[in-house]
Design a protein. Structure first.
Length: 328
């Protein structure tokens, strides 16, 4: 009986500590790297309760009834439906904490147990951060195509093929991002020129400053090359201390933060408009910790799984761009 009581108390300690820290855990996960931080700041970490798929409304066309007429002129009445819906599958991200009886037996004091509980949660949190950042630069086919959408498919190097959100890019030109292959263009001559063109192309449609990319994310090699080039002109630094403190550089491009990620493919640079990217999660299963389950054939060892149900969703492809195969 005492063993069961101790086990139940330890279960409660882990579970209670997780839920007391849950908001902080989620904040730290989405504030650990520039992309996720900006998405959170823009209010683009949102929820959808259930449903077969995640649905994102899209406005892809203008009202074609707008026209000039002369005195006494007439118009032909026609209906315009500029709306459609992109549908994204739910993705299930999980991690777990294993509690070994032997560890519990060796760390029975309250102080030791508290340290162990916090250490296990900190480790899981760090691993979730790493996984989300790595997945951001994948194509969604990892873990047997169970991974969240990544930039390799949302902002593709070949956006005239493939289906995203249930919409075929080969059929609909408005569902294609900007792209440019730099393999035949030396970065020392053309990088900033092509960045200028990409930035303007991504900002062609819409109104105000929000129509332009607000984050530049690239590979480490591209970032270092860009930084060395700026020494010759004028060093441009971001004035966002939080972003700079993340340790991914302090450069800016046209006032937008330009940062790098170790997960970004070498030679790649993404111009992103986070106003049209959104991580949508199920509010019930959003970094939730499940019940403690016994491990078969491992006496008194137990495991608890976290679960996050959601996906990274694209709302406007034309606002995004990528330059790839960048080299000196």
């Amino acid at each position: 009986m005492p063993v069961n009581t101790n086990t139940e108390s330890l279960n409660t300690m882990y579970t209670t500590t997780w839920y007391l820290r849950k908001k902080k855990v989620i904040d730290q996960i989405f504030e650990a790297t520039p992309f996720w931080l900006l998405l959170k700041r823009k209010g683009k970490i949102t929820t959808q309760s259930g449903g077969r798929e995640i649905e994102v409304p899209l406005r892809y066309a203008k009202n074609e009834t707008v026209q000039y007429i002369g005195k006494g002129g007439s118009v032909t009445l026609q209906d315009t439906d500029p709306l459609t819906v992109a549908q994204y599958p739910w993705r299930y991200l999980t991690g777990h904490i294993i509690r070994y009886f032997a560890d519990f037996q060796k760390n029975r004091s309250e102080a030791q147990l508290i340290n162990k509980v916090n250490s296990d949660i900190d480790t899981l949190q760090a691993s979730l951060i790493d996984q989300l950042e790595e997945s951001l630069f994948n194509d969604g086919t990892g873990d047997n195509s169970n991974e969240i959408n990544g930039l390799l498919n949302l902002v593709a190097e070949a956006p005239t093929t493939g289906t995203v959100g249930g919409i075929n890019r080969a059929t609909y030109s408005w569902w294609r991002n900007y792209y440019f292959d730099m393999s035949s263009y030396a970065a020392s001559i053309y990088l900033r020129k092509r960045m200028n063109i990409a930035f303007n192309e991504c900002g062609k449609y819409g109104e105000g400053v929000t129509r332009f990319p607000d984050l530049i994310v690239c590979a480490q090699d591209v970032h270092e090359f860009y930084e060395s080039e700026l020494v010759e002109i004028a060093r441009v630094m971001i004035n966002d201390k939080k972003l700079a403190d993340l340790g991914f550089g302090d450069l800016a491009y046209k006032g937008r933060p330009m940062t790098w990620s170790p997960s970004c493919p070498s030679g790649s640079l993404y111009l992103l408009n986070t106003n049209h990217l959104e991580f949508i999660a199920d509010p019930i299963e959003n970094f939730s910790l499940g019940e403690w389950l016994p491990i078969v054939n491992q006496p008194r060892d137990v495991v608890a799984h976290t679960m996050t149900v959601g996906n990274l969703c694209l709302g406007n492809a034309r606002k995004q761009g990528v330059l790839f195969d960048i080299a000196e």
